[in-house]
Design a protein around this ligand. Structure first.
Ligand SMILES: [Zn+2]
Length: 269
């Protein structure tokens, strides 16, 4: 007689990390602002589309307050420009299904939570994704819009499609090591403990983009010039390429419900 030992982790840990973006089936991405989707999942979306999979991108706001110069770029103008930029960026990646939620930048947390969850639940039911990608509870950067979108998507999936793979974008030890020299210049991470150092062994999906895919992602990012021109001018394209050459996600089911309060950031609107 042989005995197969039981370990409690058998039920929650599964196979090896997925390293192939074509293995995720139909993908639904839900993000807060134009460019979130390109930074965090540009390579993933391109791979899925190239493999013939459906990719649907949902963007909550137009990021119309995303400028240090609101006199030159009042929200109406910047919102229009960012919408065009997002269209162009997604086209580079082969994504032609895109939905805007029409929420004012910086106000996601002020939206009625239950109504947003129901709305996104209807989107999930309509798309029937194999994989949903969004932010984790930390919001990746600590941005309140990001954290709020994460909470909507998590609740919507739990309500209507609990068996659908839900992935939270995260940052790896390599990313943090590469980012560290720029931390003082570009402190986009808004809370202690961010960016997260997720060990490679905890990643559900870890894409290391090949040179051609990275070129394509950079073109998609450059299409969002209102956000990228200043960043590239300041740090150079080489570092941008280095930072965003990998896309990493953890399984939402492996992330404990946390009461930790990550820092938040609001637009003074
Ligand atoms: Zn964002």
């Amino acid at each position: 007689m042989s005995v197969i030992p039981f370990t409690p982790h058998d039920t929650v840990t599964d196979a090896a990390t997925i390293t192939d973006g074509t293995a995720l089936g139909t993908v639904l991405g839900v993000w807060a602002h134009p460019d979130d989707e390109a930074f965090l999942s540009g390579g993933l979306m391109a791979a899925a589309r190239d493999a013939g999979h459906r990719v649907v991108c949902v963007t909550a706001t137009l990021g119309e307050h995303g400028t240090p110069d609101p006199d030159e770029w009042p929200p109406d103008r910047l919102g229009r420009v960012r919408r065009h930029e997002l269209d162009a960026s997604l086209a580079v990646l082969g994504v032609d299904e895109h939905h805007l939620l029409g929420i004012t930048d910086g106000t996601c947390a002020a939206m009625p939570h239950d109504a947003m969850v129901r709305h996104l639940g209807r989107v999930v039911e309509a798309v029937e994704p194999d994989t949903i990608v969004t932010f984790g509870p930390d919001g990746l950067t600590g941005h309140e819009d990001h954290q709020t979108v994460s909470s909507w998507v998590t609740a919507a999936r739990a309500a209507v499609a609990p068996r659908t793979r839900l992935l939270y974008a995260t940052t790896t030890e390599d990313f943090v090591d590469g980012w560290e020299p720029a931390r003082d210049d570009f402190d986009v991470f808004l809370a202690d403990g961010l960016p997260v150092r997720t060990p490679a062994s905890e990643l559900a999906v870890h894409l290391r983009l090949d040179a051609a895919t990275l070129d394509r992602k950079v073109v998609a990012l450059r299409a969002q010039a209102s956000q990228m021109t200043g960043l590239i001018a300041a740090v150079g394209e080489r570092r941008v390429r280095q930072w965003w050459a990998e896309e990493a996600f953890v399984s939402a089911d492996a992330v404990p419900a946390t009461t930790r309060t990550w820092g938040t950031w609001r637009v003074a609107a």
